[in-house]
Design a protein. Structure first.
Length: 478
C-alpha cells in the first residue's frame, strides 16, 4: 500500500459518535435476522429433500438454497466486520469476505434472472447440463472480484472512514478498485435484474391480455382439449413466473441504498447519515427478503400440499375402505359399482369390515390439523382417488366407463370395454409431483367425481401425455 501524508486524510466519519453506535446496532439486529431467515430456508429445503427430492427439483429453488448459504455466511461476516477495527489479517479478511459474498449473492440472483430470460422470454427448453455453469461462473467471478483488491493490497484499515475497507479509500487508485470489483458488479447485476423484471412483467401482461382475447373470441365448442390444457398450463406458468420474479427484485432492494451512499460520499467527501439509515439495514437483510420470496414460491406450496395428502393417506387412509372395495363382483378385474351410494343421511356410518382409526400423536395431529371438517365428518380420509371435498358421499358415483356389465347364464360378467380399459389404464393415484397441482385430477376434464374415465388410446391422448411431459420439464427448469 502506498504511503500518504496524514494531513491529506479527509474525515469521512460521522459527526457524532451515537450515529455510529446506532448504525452498528441496526447492523447487528438486521444481520441476525438474515442469519435466522437463511437457516429457516435451508432447513425447509433440506427437510423437503429428505422427504422426497422431487418436491424441490427446480432450478430456482436450488439457486435459492445456494443464496441462503451465502446469506448466512455473509451476515456472519458482516457481524464480525462490525467489531473489527484494528489493522491486521482480520482487517483484510473481513472486507474480502464482504466483497466475495455480496457479489456471489448478486451473481446467483442474476442467474435466476437469466434463467427466467432463457426459459420464459426466449422460450428455450431447459438443459440440465447448463445449470452447473450458474454455480461455476458465479463462484468464479465472485472469488475473482475479492482476490484482485486483496492481492493488490488495497484492503485494510481505512483512516478516513475509521474501519476496514478499501484503503486509502479517498485516492483515485482505491476508488478504481472499488468501482471495478464491488460497485460496478452491483450496478451491472442490479440493472440487468431490473431489465429482466420489467421485460417479464410486460410479457406476463401481454400473455394475460392475449388469453382473454382468445377466450372472448372463441366458442367453447371450437376449443380442443389440448388447447384448453395449453391455456391452463400458460396460466400456471405465469403464476409461477410471477412469484419467481421476486428473487431478481431482492438485490435491487437491498443494494441500491449502499451504492448510493458510497457514490454520494466520494462526490461530496462526507458521509450522509440519512442515506446510510436507508442503505445499512437493507444491505443486511437479503436473507430475510429471500425467505419471503421462498415462502410464497408455488413449488413450496405444492410440496406442502403433497405432504399433507400423503400424511392423510398414511395415518388416516386405512380407517375406511377404498371407494371401490364394497362394489366389486366375483371377477377380480371387473368393477361393477352401482349408481346408488350410501345413505346420504348417515355419513358417519362405517362398513362392517372397516378398521378402527389409528391411535397416537401423528394420527391425532393429522385428523385435528390437516383434515377438513368435511373429511372428518364423512369419513373421506382416504385421498388415494383424490376425491373432492365437496362430495357428500364417501363412495363416488359410477363413472361412465364403469357401467354394470351384462351377465351370462352363469352369472359371470362378459369382458367389456370397461374391463379392458380398467386393466390397461388404472385410475390415477396420488403423486408427489410438486407440479401436479396445476393439473389436479379434481380439475381435470377427463375425471368425474374424483374417478378417472378410462378411454382407449388415441392420438389426442398421446399429444396430451407429450404436452404434460414437456410442461413438467419446463416447470422444472424454472
Amino acid at each position: 500500500m502506498s504511503d500518504y501524508n496524514p494531513e491529506d486524510v479527509p474525515n469521512l466519519q460521522f459527526e457524532y459518535e451515537w450515529q455510529d453506535d446506532l448504525l452498528n446496532v441496526i447492523n447487528v439486529v438486521c444481520n441476525s435476522i438474515s442469519v435466522v431467515s437463511g437457516m429457516i430456508v435451508l432447513t425447509i429445503i433440506f427437510a423437503l429433500r429428505m422427504y422426497d427430492k422431487k418436491l424441490v427439483d427446480r432450478v430456482s429453488l436450488r439457486l435459492s438454497a445456494a443464496i441462503s448459504v451465502t446469506d448466512v455466511i455473509s451476515s456472519a461476516a458482516l457481524l464480525i466486520y462490525t467489531y473489527v477495527t484494528a489493522e491486521g489479517g482480520a482487517c483484510q479478511l473481513s472486507p474480502f469476505l464482504i466483497i466475495f459474498l455480496t457479489n456471489l449473492f448478486l451473481f446467483l440472483t442474476t442467474a435466476i434472472a437469466f434463467n427466467l430470460q432463457h426459459l420464459f422470454l426466449h422460450q428455450k427448453y431447459y438443459n440440465p447440463n447448463f445449470e452447473k455453469w450458474y454455480y461455476i461462473l458465479s463462484i468464479g467471478f465472485a472469488a475473482l472480484t475479492g482476490i484482485i483488491p486483496l492481492a493488490a493490497h488495497r484492503l485494510g484499515h481505512d483512516d478516513a472512514q475509521g474501519y476496514c475497507w478499501f484503503s486509502p479509500s479517498w485516492t483515485t487508485e482505491s476508488n478504481i478498485y472499488e468501482y471495478v470489483t464491488y460497485i460496478g458488479p452491483q450496478l451491472i447485476c442490479g440493472t440487468y435484474c431490473l431489465v429482466v423484471v420489467v421485460a417479464v412483467a410486460v410479457k406476463l401482461k401481454m400473455d394475460s391480455m392475449r388469453l382473454e382475447r382468445q377466450i372472448a373470441h372463441s366458442g367453447t365448442g371450437e376449443r380442443t382439449e389440448v388447447d384448453l390444457r395449453r391455456r391452463k398450463t400458460q396460466k400456471a406458468i405465469n403464476r409461477v413466473v410471477r412469484r419467481i420474479l421476486l428473487y431478481p427484485v431482492i438485490p435491487i432492494i437491498t443494494q441500491t441504498g449502499f451504492i448510493v451512499s458510497e457514490i454520494d460520499m466520494y462526490i461530496h467527501m462526507r458521509p450522509s447519515y440519512a442515506i446510510n439509515l436507508w442503505g445499512v439495514p437493507l444491505k443486511a437483510l437479503p436473507g430475510f427478503f429471500n425467505l419471503l420470496a421462498f415462502m410464497i414460491d408455488p413449488a413450496i406450496y405444492n410440496a406442502l400440499a403433497a405432504i399433507k395428502k400423503h400424511l392423510i393417506i398414511k395415518y388416516c387412509g386405512e380407517a375406511y375402505p377404498e371407494p371401490h372395495q364394497e362394489t366389486t363382483t366375483r371377477s377380480t378385474f371387473m368393477i361393477t359399482s352401482t349408481t346408488h351410494g350410501p345413505d346420504r343421511h348417515a355419513p358417519n356410518a362405517r362398513p362392517q369390515n372397516s378398521q378402527p382409526p389409528q391411535r397416537g400423536f401423528m394420527p391425532w395431529f393429522v385428523r385435528r390439523f390437516l383434515m377438513t371438517s368435511t373429511q372428518r365428518q364423512n369419513g373421506t380420509s382416504s385421498t388415494f382417488f383424490m376425491m373432492k371435498e365437496s362430495s357428500t358421499s364417501s363412495v363416488p358415483a359410477t363413472p361412465k366407463m364403469y357401467n354394470s356389465p351384462n351377465l351370462d347364464s352363469e352369472g359371470a360378467p362378459h369382458p367389456t370395454l370397461s374391463t379392458n380399459a380398467m386393466m390397461k389404464y388404472p385410475p390415477k393415484a396420488h403423486t408427489h409431483d410438486p407440479y401436479t397441482t396445476f393439473h389436479d385430477v379434481e380439475d381435470d376434464a377427463e375425471s368425474l367425481d374424483g374417478w378417472v374415465e378410462m378411454k382407449p388410446p388415441a392420438k389426442q391422448d398421446q399429444q396430451r401425455r407429450q404436452q404434460r411431459s414437456e410442461e413438467r420439464e419446463y416447470m422444472g427448469g424454472l
